[in-house]
Design a protein around this ligand. Structure first.
Ligand code: PNS
Length: 164
């Protein structure tokens, strides 16, 4: 019997950046199925609605057969288990990401020992990129060209009223 490995790539994706896409692209031939899972976080106020974030992700990952986009609420490990995923995929950009990711990986393992967190490193040109900075630059009228896919750039311009 051949084991099929499903990986969940969770996050806020507010909005998806070229760094996120780079990780999805790198992961898709490492796992049989990759689910990009958008957290529905009722406490945070995102710039883009869940529907908008899912639509943008769907559009930019649509050409990849084994990549799906979904949403989740509540505990990530419960969602992973319900989807028979053995892997939680997270990206680490710099040492500063490490502490938070380390805590989450160990806490998730404590709750679900069978689910492994796998860390991936994005292309070096995206190692300083974050959704937070992209939003800030766009809100302040700067250009995010080359940092996000063109459809996200357009959505950011509309949302922030910037000409970027
Ligand atoms: O891209 P982000 O915002 O850094 O992603 C954080 C995310 C979604 C991976 C994390 O907040 C999460 O897993 N939230 C779901 C709730 C949960 O499981 N919390 C316990 C983590 S140990």
């Amino acid at each position: 019997m051949v084991m099929q490995v499903t990986a969940i790539y969770p996050g806020s994706f507010d909005p998806v950046t070229n760094g996120h896409l780079d990780i999805v692209n790198r992961s898709r031939d490492k796992f049989d199925r990759v689910i990009v899972a958008v957290l529905v976080n009722l406490e945070k106020t995102p710039l883009f609605t869940t529907e908008e974030r899912v639509a943008m992700l769907g559009e930019v990952t649509g050409q990849w057969n084994n990549v799906e986009v979904d949403t989740f609420e509540g505990l990530l490990v419960k969602y992973a288990k319900a989807n028979h995923a053995k892997v939680i995929l997270r990206a680490i950009r710099a040492v500063t990401d490490y502490e938070y990711e380390f805590q989450m990986a160990l806490m998730n393992r404590r709750m679900e020992p069978d689910i492994e967190t796998v860390f991936m490193v994005p292309a070096v040109e995206y190692s300083y990129l974050s959704s937070r900075l992209v939003k800030e630059i766009s809100l302040l009228g700067g250009s995010v060209s080359g940092l996000v896919p063109p459809i996200v750039e357009d959505s950011l311009k509309k949302k922030t009223g910037s000409e970027g």
